[in-house]
Design a protein around this ligand. Structure first.
Ligand code: RUB
Length: 307
């Protein structure tokens, strides 16, 4: 339990960030917790799994990849025909590893598929830090394509710096701009394409991603620049098809202006972490199943996953 709580804390404090990394870390901690827990039958195991799931579900509001994987592991265990502790623990590990590998493999496939859209001489813009978007850029670079990337700072937590560092380390030329220069860049820098990640996708094909993503999409529409979203299918929020809305996480004002920096005590803050990008602003989702229109997400998800 100690390790599970520690990982949950890291996810909550954004020390582990990006939906894919959050899902992988959460699944691993979940499986480790079960491995170190004793139970005498399947019902008891399921009650431990529900407890662990609740802890991980509460860490962040906008993480369907993690939720889907935990639900799929629990479903697999419930359907198992055996009861012994040893066999059930093995099943949890095997299923957890299966979904961790699904996320890893999806990213590799997304890299190959997305890289085909990158041509020599292009300028590509991104926002925040997405390991899926990054994979496309790195794969294109491995294929000896010459292109440049423009990335935003992504306030308040500056995840754009992670993107910049990773791409620079890979040998890709990167230029950084402040978030409020998004539109200026699109008007003045001949950007050919935008690629960001996603935190969640609804049944209507609306993408949720880091705050600023919709502004970027609107500015892209004005400049006729295609906006692609690199995402594993597991980001589909299955709850949206039955009417539930994907929640948007609101974060601590400390991220914007710290108390110790002398912020006025009666100053109010709004700090939404994510926002929606409607399907009409998205040229396509780049997934492990190919590139397709965002509204096809539920069909494609159901082809791959049975939840
Ligand atoms: C990260 C963010 C990323 C998506 C996709 O936000 O919005 O674009 O999570 O990431 P935060 P990936 O830093 O608040 O987690 O492609 O790695 O799953």
């Amino acid at each position: 339990m100690e390790n599970l709580l520690e990982v949950a804390g890291k996810i909550k404090r954004i020390e582990i960030q990006g939906a894919s990394n959050v899902a992988k870390a959460g699944i691993k901690a979940f499986a480790e917790y079960i491995d170190t827990t004793s139970f005498s039958n399947k019902d008891e195991l399921v009650s431990y799994m529900m407890k662990a799931k609740e802890i991980l579900f509460k860490t962040r509001d906008t993480e369907p990849a993690l939720w889907n994987c935990l639900k799929l592991i629990i479903k697999t265990v419930k359907e198992a025909s055996f009861e012994s502790e040893q066999e059930l623990k093995k099943l949890v590990w095997d299923t957890a590893n299966f979904y961790i590998n699904q996320i890893k493999d999806a990213k590799v496939k997304i890299g190959y598929i997305g890289a085909r859209r990158i041509l020599n001489g292009m300028i590509i813009m991104t926002h925040c830090h997405s390991s899926a978007a990054e994979q496309i850029l790195i794969q294109a670079h491995r294929e000896n394509k010459e292109f440049q990337v423009i990335c935003t700072e992504t306030r308040p937590k500056m995840q754009g710096r992670i993107t910049a560092q990773v791409l620079i380390d890979a040998g890709i030329p990167v230029t950084m701009v402040v978030d409020s220069a998004m539109r200026w860049v699109l008007k003045n820098k001949a950007v050919d394409m935008i690629i960001t990640g996603a935190d969640a996708i609804t049944s209507e094909g609306t993408v949720l991603n880091k705050i600023g993503s919709r502004l970027l999409a609107l500015a892209a529409a004005e400049s006729h620049v295609p906006y692609y979203v690199a995402t594993p299918l597991l980001k589909y929020d299955t709850e949206t098809v039955v009417g539930n809305l994907t929640r948007i996480e609101f974060r601590d004002p400390e991220e914007i202006w710290k108390r110790e920096e002398g912020r006025p005590p009666n100053l109010k803050f709004e700090n939404p972490a994510f926002e929606t990008i409607s399907r009409e602003y998205i040229a396509g989702l780049i997934t492990e199943a190919g590139i397709f229109a965002p509204e096809l997400i539920s069909l494609m998800f159901e082809k791959y996953y049975n939840l």
